[in-house]
Design a protein around this ligand. Structure first.
Ligand code: PEP
Ligand code: MG
Length: 561
């Protein structure tokens, strides 16, 4: 048995086989081949197998996600059957006497370059498809695909690290847990694991190697431990812990339907953070009073091209209707930094976290923004929807946003499309600039939601993605807490409400302090809602405030309050 220590991202116990995530990147070697006939036949067999797989995938996808979404596999099959493509690979094998893998990869590069250079956006998009089919053929030629098909049981996903789009591509029903070599607890993938309710341990280091692929393991998401080839004693202990967690859940379920009210009668809104429509079930199951943060960028991350107005409208409408009249706060796209999408064609940047991100993209590429706003306003007719804007630093940005909103509303009125005129507009306070100037910004919007993940990153100048800086990444830093305090006070001074939707909002050690500061709403991963309810119901907000003033006067108020 091997025990590896990492960092816990989400509590819970998972036991099963480890399956290492296969990244579709590889180096293909050029080999000199004398028996080219045999090599052509290897390629031909792989091609036939690829066509068979794509037909199967298409049928499966039609059943799972419908014909329109399954069409991509049909496109791939047609490409794989394409004679120009086939001839070009065969020609390369015979004329250059190279191995099938090299010919497949080189042909893919050539075709992708041709497609990319075309004017037509549709044809440009085909470059990615040609790469995809080449990856499939390489999987088959190298035998990787046979292994990938092996898992019929859910597995523990092992990886060096996972980016959000990779995490999203995984079939949730087949994932017992995540275990990664690297990664940071504040990364979006970690947040996804929390949202998906999946036990996860990250930062296991190089000791967690691909050699463990296929081994049995237990993830202890409470302690941040991974047991590889666990012995009977560990399995027994883990079973007990699982049982303990189950008992605790039952206890919390008893809190379902109860109010989030402090001992001294203050009502707090406890909302859910979601990144996907499929998270709605977890939000409802855990009795969320609303959605405090719908990270709409995941719609973009999952797409191969800009999601159009109709696609977005349907998604927002589903969430609004699904929550049946409860508040649903949708954040406009926060692409950039670690969340990149190829079709946005963002230029590489020296400091992406400080670069063209979130609202900055929306204001420099208003067409994309307008499509999202139209979809949001159309969906507003179907529920209690609010819109929130990320990464705000100035009043000027809010004014620009409002101008575009004005135009969007005017268009919809002219088209006689129904929408709500009085959609609440809020901003995320996640930059020190916004927190310091919150008194001015509060005069422009209906609510604030504090994004403590980025607020910590930008206040402390520490990259939230950089795992090696985690010992310095301190969300309890007095400077961060002071900015939170200022923001809440300024919101209230101007008659608007203020919540927290960053990860710190779900940190039960902080609940008392946040209630003492007067925070009105906490938006957290669905799985944390009932724990938070329990904590709120045990807290006396008035006494907590007295305690805060007595203990933290110097720290939070420079001794002046
Ligand atoms: C935050 O920054 O705290 C936040 C909630 O936004 P995200 O984590 O999506 O950047
Ligand atoms: Mg943020």
């Amino acid at each position: 048995m091997v025990i590896l220590k990492g960092k816990s991202v989400f509590g819970g116990i998972a036991a099963g086989k480890i399956r290492f995530f296969r990244r579709k990147e590889r180096s293909v070697k050029r080999l000199h081949i004398t028996d080219t006939e045999r090599e052509v036949s290897r390629f031909e067999q792989a091609r036939q197998e690829g066509i068979r797989q794509l037909e199967q995938l298409y049928d499966q996808a039609v059943r799972d996600v419908g014909e329109a979404n399954a069409a991509i596999f049909e496109v791939h099959r047609l490409m794989m059957e394409d004679l120009d493509y086939r001839d070009s690979v065969v020609h390369m094998i015979t004329s250059q006497q190279v191995n099938a893998e090299f010919a497949v990869a080189a042909a893919a590069d050539n075709f992708a370059a041709i497609f990319s250079s075309m004017e037509d956006a549709y044809m440009q998009g085909r470059a990615a498809d040609v790469k995809d089919i080449s990856e499939r053929l390489l999987d088959i030629l190298t035998g990787a695909a046979e292994k990938a098909d092996e898992d019929e049981e859910p597995v523990i996903i092992g990886a060096d690290d996972l980016v959000p789009s990779e995490t999203l591509q995984l079939d949730q029903d087949m994932v017992l847990g995540f275990a990664t070599m690297y990664g940071s607890a504040n990364s979006h993938t970690a947040i996804l694991a929390r949202t998906m309710n999946i036990p996860a341990v990250i930062g296991l280091g190089e000791a967690f190697s691909q050699d463990y692929d296929g081994h049995m393991a237990v993830i202890d998401g409470f302690e941040g431990l991974v047991y590889i080839d666990p012995d009977e004693k560990v399995l027994e202990k883990m079973k007990e812990r699982q049982e303990e967690a189950r008992r605790r859940r039952e206890l919390l379920i008893r809190l379902k339907g109860q109010e989030n009210i402090t001992l001294d009668g203050r009502r707090i809104q406890v909302y859910a953070n979601i990144g996907h429509i499929s998270d709605l079930g977890a939000a409802i199951q855990n009795d969320a009073q609303g959605i405090g943060l719908f990270r709409s960028e995941f719609l973009y991350l999952e797409s191969r091209d800009y999601p159009d107005e109709e696609q977005q409208f349907q998604a927002y409408r589903k969430v609004a209707e699904g929550m049946g009249g409860k508040k649903v706060i949708i954040r406009t796209l926060d692409i950039g930094a670690d969340k990149t999408v190829p079709y946005f064609r963002l230029k590489p940047e020296e400091n992406p976290a400080m670069g063209l991100r979130a609202i900055r993209i929306c204001l420099t590429r208003p067409d994309i923004f307008r499509t999202q706003l139209r979809a949001l306003y159309r969906a507003s007719a179907f529920g209690n929807l609010s819109i929130m804007f990320p990464m705000i630093i100035s009043v000027d940005e809010i004014r620009q946003i409002k101008e575009i909103i004005g135009q969007v509303k005017e268009e919809l009125r002219e088209e006689q499309v129904p929408f709500r005129e009085d959609v609440e507009l809020g901003i995320m306070i996640e930059t020190p600039a916004a927190a310091v100037n919150s008194g001015i910004l509060a005069q422009e919007v209906d609510f604030f939601s504090i994004g403590t993940n980025d607020l910590t990153q930008y206040t402390l100048a520490i990259d939230r993605q950089n795992a090696s800086l985690e010992e310095f990444y301190d969300p309890y830093h007095p400077a961060v807490l002071k900015l939170i305090r200022t923001t809440v006070e300024q919101a209230h001074a101007h008659g608007i409400w203020c919540g927290i939707c960053g990860e710190l909002g779900g940190d039960l050690k902080m609940t008392e302090l946040f209630l003492a500061m007067g925070v009105d709403e906490l938006s957290v991963s669905p799985a944390l809602i009932l724990d938070l309810r329990e904590k709120i119901r045990e807290t006396d907000a008035g006494k907590a405030r007295e305690k805060m003033l007595a203990k933290c006067r110097d720290l939070l108020y420079d001794g002046k309050e």
